[in-house]
Ligand binder design. Structure first.
Ligand SMILES: NC(=O)C1=CN([C@@H]2O[C@H](COP(=O)(O)OP(=O)(O)OC[C@H]3O[C@@H](n4cnc5c(N)ncnc54)[C@H](O)[C@@H]3O)[C@@H](O)[C@H]2O)C=CC1
Ligand SMILES: C[N+](C)(C)CC(=O)CC(=O)[O-]
Length: 485
């Protein structure tokens, strides 16, 4: 059954939550008094549609339904999750909880996006404090997986587990804090860094651009994959963390930081920061910067996925959760069902030719796994090599397009495996890929017969597929086009 989420406050963060829920198949109801809310959320959703689905290498759920409502009572009716993302003012948040708790189900989870308030502060004047938790996200919510889940003794274990399960099912990572504190873990940390940056600008030591360069060309890249402590462990050399602390611990006593002092945000300092930021990034609109940020995040997260590390490891686990059941042999087998990732597009603004080979290659890998040539079999020394490929590029594909590869086994006999893949976007045929593969021994690197269980399964699939209508194009070669003098 489709789940329903309510977004109360649909600005930068509420819009991101709406996109995350919708693209993970939830119906979403929004309440926001801003007359521009629908347009703004529409633009966030456009960004999300081109970036989030491409992180996954399997089919995402069908997108949920989005609706906008005039009253909180209408918006929260029948919702399993209510995400509050109104401005960071305690009085406003408390007022919102009073109204929404008059109308929402007592079983719904109410999550607050608050960057800094403790859950006990939010629960303070509530009718049912037990229902309210902090679920602090990171911008853009549709791409970044971290959710700081902060609870109090008023929240029971069952609600906390439900909250964790839902966050996980959205492809996110619930980091459940042991204790509530102002600003949770991440914002306490980010604010320390921000204070230092403000001092560096005020003291005329660095501009906004120089500070960003110091982050993005160096430690920012390290943090994105290993964080702080794992990075410093490595920096300690073979002796690891103890040596690192022995060497750099004393520096903590030296006047390196200005951590507890905050420069006064005078008009002069604010103008200086804003002017430097305009000089650094003013050539782009905010929407353009959002798209650049999303392109980069997708490329980095997909790279981490190949390494099965950090945020990339989470993506792999999420793919496993969404993996389809066994296919029906009386139809072509769907071997790829995914969205075109941003990093598969090229200077022509469409999916690059090499990515068609990749998608068909992924289809072949899936088919091999299906007939028993899986990770264990390959580790034991048997596999298939592709001997010949013929691709027809029939139509264009854009980033975010949902594609499906349907695979027919034309021949599965002895060492030979002949596959014909058809790639569709909806009903539109966009490409075909024909592949001849030969079974090999990975020890001798020569052709060899597959194990009996593979031969048997392959023969069974080939026989079933022989009864299917033959798609146009099987066995086609490139014709010689006459060139007139
Ligand atoms: N912007 C950021 O980077 C992050 C913000 N947050 C937190 O998310 C929350 C929202 O922040 P933003 O989205 O940045 O603010 P925003 O200003 O972009 O959006 C707030 C939205 O709430 C709406 N609103 C105001 N009063 C309302 C009411 N009574 N009922 C329903 N909607 C109402 C406004 O019309 C606006 O669309 C804050 O608690 C903030 O601390 C959390 C993570 C990151
Ligand atoms: C600046 N901020 C405190 C609103 C930041 C956050 O809360 C998280 C983020 O996305 O950086």
């Amino acid at each position: 059954m489709t789940k329903r989420a309510t977004i109360v406050g649909g600005g930068v963060i509420g819009g991101g939550w709406a996109a995350r829920f919708l693209l993970m198949g939830w119906d979403v109801r929004v309440f926001d008094p801003d007359p521009e809310a629908e347009r703004k959320i529409g633009e966030v959703l456009d960004n999300a549609r081109r970036s989030l689905p491409g992180l996954s290498d399997v089919a995402m759920p069908a997108e949920g339904k989005l609706s906008f409502h005039e009253t909180i009572s209408e918006a929260v009716a029948g919702s399993d999750w209510i995400q509050e993302s109104v401005p960071e003012r305690l009085d406003l948040k408390r007022k919102v909880y009073q109204t929404l708790q008059e109308h929402c189900s007592p079983d719904a989870v109410i999550g607050s996006s608050t960057s800094g308030f403790k859950p006990s502060e939010l629960q303070g004047c509530a009718t049912r404090p037990a229902q309210i938790v902090v679920t602090h996200p990171f911008n853009p919510v549709y791409l970044l997986p971290l959710i700081e889940l902060v609870t109090t003794e008023k929240n029971d274990a069952a609600l906390i587990e439900r909250a964790k399960d839902i966050i996980t099912s959205l492809g996110m990572f619930p980091l459940h804090l042991k204790k509530e504190i102002d600003a949770h873990i991440a914002d306490r940390f980010l604010e320390a860094v921000w204070r230092e940056a403000l001092w560096l600008i005020k003291d005329g030591i660095a501009t906004t651009e120089e500070i960003d360069n110091a982050i993005r060309y160096g430690f920012g890249l390290r943090w994105g994959q290993m964080g702080l402590f794992e990075t410093y462990r490595v920096a300690g050399g073979e002796a690891g963390m103890k040596h690192f602390i022995a060497q750099f611990g004393p520096c903590l006593e030296w006047p390196w930081t200005k951590l507890m002092d905050v420069p006064e945000l005078t008009d002069e300092l604010v103008d200086m920061i804003a002017d430097q930021s305009d000089a650094q990034s003013g050539a782009y609109t905010i929407r353009e910067l959002e798209r650049i940020r999303d392109n980069n995040l997708v490329a980095m997260m997909r790279a981490l996925k190949t390494q099965d590390w950090g945020a990339g490891a989470l993506l792999r686990v999420q793919d496993k959760r969404m993996m389809p059941a066994e296919p029906d042999l009386l139809k072509p087998i769907v071997t790829v069902s995914r969205a075109v990732p941003l990093d598969w597009t090229d200077y022509n603004g469409h999916m690059n030719e090499a990515r068609y080979v990749q998608a068909f290659g992924d289809g072949t890998d899936k088919f091999m796994e299906f007939v028993g040539c899986d990770e264990d079999y390959i580790a034991n020394g048997g596999s298939y090599f592709t001997a010949e490929t013929h691709i027809r590029y029939i139509d264009e594909l854009n980033a975010g397009a949902r594609i499906r590869v349907e695979t027919i086994c034309v021949l599965g006999e002895g060492k030979k495996m002949h596959l014909f893949h058809q790639m569709f976007e909806g009903d539109r045929l966009v490409a075909t890929g024909e592949m001849m593969l030969i079974h090999v021994s990975l020890k001798t690197r020569r052709a060899s017969n597959p194990a009996p269980h593979i031969e048997e399964k392959l023969a069974k699939v080939a026989a079933a597929h022989a009864a299917l209508p033959r798609p146009e194009g099987i066995g086609r070669a490139i014709g010689v086009i006459g060139v007139k003098a």
